[in-house]
Structure formats: structure tokens, C-alpha cells
Design a protein around this ligand. Structure first.
Ligand code: SIN
Length: 282
């Protein structure tokens, strides 16, 4: 049986003793799913998955999603290359802000899988923050504001608020379609969502895409959202992953936010990302 080693007391676990290149049987699939429920982020080292194996792993958690607005790899609309070339310096990166993936969709991904191909010797970590822990520790004054309230999400920045501008691109880093009215319209999700399996409640706000709280203007919402974001990413709710080639991470996109640390200028970093769907946030 696989061993599960928590990374922190709040979020993240490394799973040892599973070869994801082999067919994933029911018992291993159950272990992976329950580890994800329990730890929100699971990490498996030395896997070196090809795309077919990554998609098999992704299907363990849900139906693979084809994401709109972001250019997939050639020949596979379900896979994104998260790439920063060594020549892309002093520019932002995809995911280089606290966020959950694509919360501006009516049904945002339930989770994502990242598989590392080429990573810097140091730097380029990913950090996740457990939003269930953040909700549990929320001060009463903020809890009263978010409980039972929706937040408004808009896709205008399309996940690349700090990504390289078109003219600074040198290589294959992510390309996004912009100016699509479908992505730019307001979508409402509850500020607090409930995990469909465990019943755990979590904050579901997004510093990139949440523009305001329902029944409030952007100006009224701004200081409240600032306080919520500051609380939501307290280091006690976080784990940080040091990537090595072949490492795979799976995360719950409704129960966490994540942040791609951009501290590796001059080094190439390439990971493949797939996403899976679930029931809409409730
Ligand atoms: C992402 O936001 O999915 C990218 C994370 C990373 O590159 O570490």
C-alpha cells in the first residue's frame, strides 16, 4: 500500500509507493482520491509521465476539461504547457498571483494536475493555501460578510495578470485569447463553498478574478476583499512545493488557491497541466 506523508499540518501530502505509469487500479484510485480530499494537494515524485499517463491520472479525479481562452499544446486541446523560457526575463509568469484556476467560468475546474518536465535547480516553486483552514479561522466580522453571500468573478485578466506581454514573449509561453465577451461578463459564485464529498466549507474568492462582493460596489468591496485575501494566504495555511523533474502534483481547485513563484530568471521551466471538472461550486 502507498505511504502518505503530510507536508504540513494544514495542507499537502506526498504519496510514496505508487507508479503512475502503470495502470491505476481501483484501490490506488481510491487512495489518491481520499488523499486529495484529506490534504487538498497531493504530490508524487519521480513519475516522469507522458501525456497519456497524465490524462489517465487526471481521469481518476473527474472528467478532463478543455479550458477556453488558453492555447493548448499542439494536437491536444486538453493539455496546457506551462512554460517560461530562459530568455524570458524580468517578466511575469502564468499563475504568478494568488488564484484558483478559471473561477470566472460558470463551472470552474474541480482540480488540476501539473507534471514537471524541466524545472530550475532552485526556484520556481508553487505554493498552495488551504481555503478550508482559512474559512475555519476567519474572524467573525469577516465571516458575517461572506456567509450566504456571492462574489462576482470576471475573466478579463484570463490568468495572466502578470504574464509576459505579447511583445516580450520570446518562446512558447502560454498564449491567451483576450477580449472575449463571454469571459468578461460577471459570474457569481458563493464566497463560501462546500466540498461535495466531505461537507467541508472553504473560502472561494480569487484575487485575480473576483471584482466585487454581491450587493456592493467595487469600491465598497475592495478593503473587505483585501482583508480576506491577506487572511486567506497566511503562511499557516500554506505548503510550498520544490519541483524536481518527474514530480506530479494534483490539487483541489475549490478548496485551495495557488501561486507560481517567479524567482528563476535565466532558467527554462516546463510543466504540463490538465484540469478536471466536477459539479459547480455550491
Ligand atoms: C498554474 O497556475 O497552474 C501554474 C502553477 C505553476 O506554474 O507553478
Amino acid at each position: 500500500m502507498p505511504d502518505i506523508h503530510p507536508i504540513t499540518g494544514t495542507i499537502g501530502a506526498e504519496i510514496v509507493g505508487v507508479d503512475l505509469k502503470a495502470p491505476i487500479g481501483d484501490a490506488i484510485a481510491d487512495t489518491l482520491r481520499s488523499a486529495l480530499w484529506a490534504h487538498q494537494v497531493i504530490v508524487l515524485r519521480d513519475q516522469h509521465l507522458d501525456i497519456a499517463a497524465q490524462k489517465r491520472l487526471t481521469s481518476v479525479f473527474g472528467d478532463i476539461m478543455q479550458l477556453p481562452y488558453v492555447e493548448p499544446v499542439e494536437n491536444d486541446p486538453e493539455v496546457i504547457a506551462v512554460l517560461k523560457e530562459a530568455s524570458e526575463q524580468k517578466v511575469g509568469v502564468f499563475g504568478g498571483d494568488w488564484h484558483s484556476d478559471f473561477s470566472f467560468l460558470e463551472n470552474p475546474p474541480e482540480g488540476s494536475v501539473l507534471s514537471a518536465v524541466e524545472v530550475p535547480v532552485y526556484g520556481g516553486d508553487t505554493v498552495w493555501a488551504n481555503q478550508a483552514a482559512a474559512y475555519e479561522a476567519l474572524p467573525d466580522a469577516l465571516r458575517e460578510i461572506v456567509d450566504g453571500r456571492d462574489a462576482v468573478h470576471v475573466g478579463k485578466p484570463y490568468g495572466v495578470k502578470h504574464a509576459p506581454p505579447e511583445e516580450a514573449r520570446t518562446g512558447g509561453s502560454i498564449r491567451m485569447t483576450r477580449g472575449d465577451p463571454d469571459a468578461d461578463r460577471e459570474i457569481r459564485h458563493p464566497c463560501v463553498v462546500t466540498h461535495p464529498g466531505s461537507g467541508t466549507k472553504a473560502l472561494f474568492l480569487n484575487p485575480i478574478y473576483t471584482t466585487r462582493l454581491d450587493a456592493m460596489s467595487e469600491e465598497e468591496s475592495a478593503p473587505i476583499l483585501e482583508a480576506l485575501y491577506k487572511h486567506a494566504v497566511r503562511p499557516d495555511f500554506c505548503c510550498r512545493l520544490r519541483w524536481t523533474p518527474g514530480t506530479v502534483a494534483v490539487w483541489d481547485n475549490r478548496m485551495t488557491m495557488h501561486y507560481a513563484v517567479n524567482d528563476y530568471d535565466g532558467t527554462r521551466r516546463l510543466l504540463y497541466r490538465t484540469t478536471f471538472s466536477g459539479a459547480p461550486p455550491a
